[in-house]
Design a protein around this ligand. Structure first.
Ligand SMILES: *[C@@H]1O[C@H](CO)[C@@H](O)[C@H](O)[C@H]1NC(C)=O
Ligand SMILES: *[C@@H]1O[C@H](CO)[C@@H](O)[C@H](O)[C@H]1NC(C)=O
Ligand SMILES: *[C@@H]1O[C@H](CO)[C@@H](O)[C@H](O)[C@H]1NC(C)=O
Length: 364
């Protein structure tokens, strides 16, 4: 039977008013609950075509190479067709995919930083309600009860420094104001990345505008892309020594080292994943999501797991035992778009607009 797609309906609404697109009162939202083994899902995914297209948020194309390698090593008959780009650009392209309806939809899985998009996409009827294996092993805050989305990993914005360039790494936010960090900080524009904006919001609410004025006096290098900050900490051509706007995992390779502060708050958030409802490769997408949530994968992400039964990486407390971060707060921050915009324009007035091409294309 021909069924009008909710997104087509929304487009038609302006002219013809044929149907509502909000799914709230459509009910029947119970999820499909996975009962097969990984290998059984693998078999179904191979039969379906052996490919899954995933858009993953990030700021360098190589950032999820580890996921692709691990997935294809575990499932050699599968191809993970992966695109990494800024979540804030990918989400608009997802909207455009959805509005053009089923025939044109080619993305199966979306794993993005824009957490606030997911409730909206779900309300619009765009997301598959699906509970992968071990769904209830995830912390409740890291999953939608009807399986519209779940988290994949908790990304921490630790303090990160190059031990060859600075003797004592920063332990608290106030340490970034010490004379040894003058001309040696590399930071991601808060006007370019909402995760950076949130980090600065947390810091300034705690330490005041005076902290920010003193930070500016340190003459930090502002860059697009969190990975770019880490790259410059490594690069022999750079003098950058420390940052608090990057993710290098909890056990980074030498000469990098990290710390987490005890005063104020640093940003951690659960990256969010969903399967599009009318995806061309539902089995491939299910395989990918089950693989990412499997204990074997969760143990090796180098960051905190979204599963309750996978302990924190060696040497670190459990996330819920760290008072200086709350991984559930970022979604609240993101969902308040007027507040986000006011903050962004405040920082734009101090720093100007982000300069240079997107970090995905800038060859740094
Ligand atoms: C791989 O992904 C790209 C970009 O998302 C898409 O254009 C292409 O159709 C996908 N390929 C396959 C085989 O699905
Ligand atoms: C350092 O700079 C030189 C000269 O511009 C360049 O050839 C080289 O690729 C750079 N190295 C890195 C790691 O960026
Ligand atoms: C890394 O920093 C921690 C403090 O966060 C410190 O205890 C440890 O000794 C440092 N490791 C290296 C190799 O410098």
């Amino acid at each position: 039977m021909f069924r009008i797609q909710p997104f087509v309906a929304s487009a038609l609404l302006l002219s013809t008013c044929v149907a509502a697109y909000d799914n709230l009162l459509g009910f029947n939202g119970a999820p499909e609950v996975e009962a097969r083994t990984l290998d059984e899902i693998y078999e179904a995914a191979v039969a379906e075509g052996g490919v899954v297209t995933c858009w993953h948020g990030g700021d360098e194309a190589m950032q999820q190479d580890g996921l692709k390698t691990a997935f294809e090593a575990r499932f050699p008959k599968m191809t993970l067709n992966l695109t990494v780009d800024l979540s804030k650009y990918q989400d608009g392209d997802i909207d455009r995919q959805l509005v053009r309806a089923t025939d044109d939809l080619y993305v199966d899985s979306i794993i993005l930083q824009t957490l606030h998009d997911y409730p909206r996409w779900d309300q619009e009827g765009g997301l598959l309600h699906y509970q992968p294996l071990d769904f209830y092993k995830l912390y409740p805050e890291f999953r939608d009860i009807r399986g519209a989305w779940h988290a994949t990993a908790v990304y921490p914005w630790t303090f990160t420094w190059n031990t060859d360039r600075v003797a004592d790494g920063p332990m608290e936010f106030t340490d970034f104001l010490k004379p040894e960090f003058k001309d040696k900080l590399v930071l991601t524009y808060p006007t370019d990345d909402d995760a950076s904006l949130y980090a600065f919001d947390l810091i300034l609410q705690e330490f005041g505008i005076e902290w920010f004025d003193a930070l500016l006096a340190q003459n930090p290098l502002w860059v697009r892309g969190t990975q770019t900050a880490a790259t410059l900490l490594f690069s022999p051509n750079s003098t950058a020594a420390a940052t608090f706007t990057s993710i290098v995992g909890l056990s980074p390779p030498a000469p990098l080292n990290i710390s987490i502060p005890t005063k104020g708050h640093f940003n951690t958030w659960p990256q969010r994943a969903a399967i599009l409802k009318d995806t061309p490769h539902p089995e491939g997408a299910k395989l990918l999501h089950n693989f990412i949530l499997s204990k074997e994968y969760q143990r090796n992400t180098g960051v905190w797991s979204v599963r309750r039964d996978v302990p924190a990486p060696t040497g670190f407390p459990e996330l819920i035992d760290i008072p200086s971060t709350d991984p559930t707060e970022f979604q609240r921050f993101l969902a308040d778009r007027p507040r986000v915009e006011r903050l962004r324009f405040f920082f734009e007035s101090k720093l100007g607009t982000p300069q240079g091409p997107s970090s995905v294309n800038d060859s740094i």
